[in-house]
Design a protein around this ligand. Structure first.
Ligand SMILES: Nc1nc2c(ncn2[C@@H]2O[C@H](COP(=O)(O)OP(=O)(O)OP(=O)(O)O)[C@@H](O)[C@H]2O)c(=O)[nH]1
Length: 383
């Protein structure tokens, strides 16, 4: 039975996008456990896509007035043109004035505005069209107005969204379509309202898959770009970005921010005596040991060869020191000859040291790490 379940799990697992690692699959379902850098890059990408959409809509919406002019009687085409110009203006404002702060809250707001503008247009245009008894070509053009929810649902596929986010937006669009049916907007030559609703659900399903595939590619590419190949912790350039973000957050919230430089002692000897592969093993062990001790909000960065930087938001000097003492007690792994790996650790904290920039914070922690080396290694230097 368990072999069958195993086989089933593996077969089903192979249906998921291949580029995503097994441990990362949950990231495709909900946005709650996305690391900081994924959220930032995803937010930036979503806002870029919103602006692209806004540009296309701003150009295409007024152009369609020519079709209205040919198909509809006066004053209907004029009223619709007025609506279209307002929509165009709203999209232009979104395009020109929306500033991306690389926060998911901003991305959600941008998407909300992007979808709210055509939805309001959808309601307003149908309120106008309902007053006219259109036949033949005008009726066919009016039916085109009923396709807007389909365009919006298909447009969702452009965004790198999780399943949960996708279902929420799709549910709102389905609700709007249901409301349109309830209010009898289906008079617009739409042959079967239930058929249309079903089609919208199918499109929602396909879009969810498209969104998750995009997100999977994004997560996989980011993993390669931001992680150190050997240890899997953050690479130095991502560490610099994370430190800047955490610095900004600590300024905004007036909260503590600690950093620790952790430099392994006599690491060169491992390479010299036991070979480079043993040195690599030791680095992997150390990074795992530090990760097992740190909080989920902390970020571990491989800063250089055998030097790690631990960024600890919301952590004052006392607690940072306690965390490093715990790390020392748990150990950093073993050298090939069986003796414990040790490190010299330099600590610095924003309030405690009264520094004015993330660079100064790093500098101080680095200096203290060198002092710890000079004082005999295997120690924590906090002032
Ligand atoms: N195996 C391995 N070694 C590395 C890697 N990156 C850097 N190193 C080695 O790390 C060693 C660092 O040596 P040193 O800077 O002299 O430091 P140390 O021997 O730890 O001495 P102290 O820091 O003074 O205690 C060098 O031998 C580098 O070749 C890596 O990715 N893998």
């Amino acid at each position: 039975m368990s072999t069958f379940l195993d086989l089933l799990r593996r077969r089903l697992g192979s249906l998921l996008p291949a580029e995503i690692a097994p441990g990362e699959r949950l990231k495709l379902l909900t946005p709650f456990r996305h690391p900081l850098l994924i959220s930032r890059h995803r937010a930036g990408l979503i806002v870029d896509r919103v602006r692209l959409f806004a540009f296309l809509f701003a150009v295409l919406t007024p152009l369609w007035s020519m079709v209205d002019f040919i198909a509809f009687p006066s004053p209907l085409w004029g009223q619709l043109m007025g609506l279209r110009l307002m929509v165009c203006l709203a999209f232009l404002c979104l395009l020109l004035f929306y500033r991306d702060q690389e926060r998911m809250g901003d991305a959600y707001l941008a998407m909300f505005i992007l979808f709210a503008i055509p939805t309001l247009f959808y309601i307003a245009s149908h309120t106008l069209l309902m007053h006219y008894d259109l036949v033949d070509m005008p009726a066919a053009v009016a039916a085109g107005y009923a396709f807007l929810p389909f365009v919006l649902m298909a447009g969702l596929a452009l965004f790198p969204l999780t399943l949960l986010e996708n279902l929420l937006v799709a549910a709102v669009l389905l609700l709007a379509q249901g409301l349109a049916g309830y209010l009898n907007w289906s008079t617009l030559n739409w042959p079967s309202f239930v058929g249309a609703f079903w089609l919208l659900i199918l499109i929602a399903g396909v879009t969810s898959l498209a969104c998750m595939s995009q997100l999977a590619y994004m997560v996989a590419l980011l993993r390669r770009a931001i992680r150190d190949d050997l240890t899997g912790v953050f690479a130095r350039n991502s560490g610099e970005e994370i430190l800047q973000v955490q610095w900004n957050t600590s300024l905004r919230n007036n909260s503590a921010l600690s950093v620790a430089f952790i430099d392994l002692d006599h690491f060169k000897q491992i390479n010299d005596r036991h070979g480079h592969a043993s040195g690599d093993d030791a680095l992997r062990q150390t990074s795992q040991q530090i990760q097992s001790c740190m909080r989920s909000s902390d970020s571990l960065v491989r800063w250089g060869g055998e030097e790690f930087l631990l960024i600890m938001p919301d952590t004052d000097m006392t607690r940072a020191r306690q965390a490093m003492e715990r790390l020392q007690r748990n150990g950093l792994g073993l050298r090939p000859e069986g003796t414990p790996l040790t490190a010299s650790i330099g600590l610095a904290e924003r309030f405690f040291d009264q520094v004015e920039s993330p660079g100064a914070l790093l500098e101080l922690a680095d200096q203290r790490m060198y002092q710890a080396k000079e004082r005999g290694r295997n120690r924590i230097q906090a002032w």
